[in-house]
Ligand binder design. Structure first.
Ligand code: GNR
Ligand code: NI
Length: 167
C-alpha cells in the first residue's frame, strides 16, 4: 500500500477534470486501497482521486467515528437532489481553512462500488455534503470557489505563507 501525495490549493492540477473509469480492474482496486490509506492517515473523511493528481472518477469516504465504515464511489452521479443546507466544510487540499458552504440537503447518488457493482444510495447531512464536495473535486472545483473573492484571496495568502514555512 502507498500513501499518496495530496495536492494543495492553488495547485493548477486540482483543476483537471477526472475521466470515467471504464473497468474496475486490479489497478483501480489497488488505487482505491491506496486512497483509503491516504484518507485515513491524513486524516480526512473523504478523498477524491483528483487530490492525488489522478484523473479518474473515484472517491472514498468514511464519516464514521471509528473509521470502520469505508464507502467507495466510482463514476458517481447525482440522480436526485432535494432541499438546501449550509454546512461547515474543510478540505485536505486547503489545510486549516473551514468555511460554511451551501449544498443540496439530500441527494441520491448512483455509482459503482469497489467490486464494480452499481448501487444507489440516499444520503443527507454530513455524508451528503461530503459526497457533493468530493464530486466537485472530480470536476476540478474546490469549496473555496463558493466563497467571495476577498475570502479566497486571504486563503491564497495563508497558503503561500504555509508553503514558505514548509520550504
Ligand atoms: O476531511 C474533510 N472534511 C470535510 C468536512 C465537511 C465537508 C467535506 C469534507 S471533505 C474533507 C476531506 C477532503 O478534502 N475531501 O476532498
Ligand atoms: Ni476536499
Amino acid at each position: 500500500m502507498t500513501i499518496l501525495n495530496i495536492l494543495h490549493y492553488p495547485d493548477p492540477r486540482l483543476r483537471k477534470k477526472a475521466l470515467p473509469v471504464s473497468q474496475v480492474d486490479e489497478t483501480v482496486k489497488r488505487l482505491v486501497e491506496d486512497m483509503f490509506e491516504t484518507m485515513y492517515q491524513a486524516p480526512g473523511i473523504g478523498l477524491a482521486a483528483t487530490q492525488a493528481d489522478i484523473q479518474k472518477r473515484i472517491i472514498v469516504i468514511d464519516i464514521s467515528e471509528h473509521k470502520n465504515e469505508p464507502l467507495c464511489f466510482i463514476n458517481p452521479e447525482i440522480i436526485r437532489r432535494d432541499g438546501v443546507e449550509e454546512m461547515e466544510e474543510g478540505c485536505l487540499s486547503v489545510p486549516g481553512i473551514y468555511e460554511r458552504v451551501e449544498r443540496a440537503e439530500q441527494v441520491i447518488v448512483r455509482a459503482l462500488d469497489r467490486e464494480g457493482e452499481s448501487f444507489d444510495m440516499q444520503v443527507s447531512g454530513l455524508l451528503s455534503a461530503c459526497i457533493q464536495h468530493e464530486m466537485d473535486h472530480l470536476e476540478g472545483k474546490l469549496f473555496v470557489d463558493y466563497l467571495s473573492e476577498l475570502k479566497r484571496q486571504r486563503i491564497r495568502k495563508k497558503m503561500d505563507k504555509l508553503r514558505q514555512k514548509m520550504m
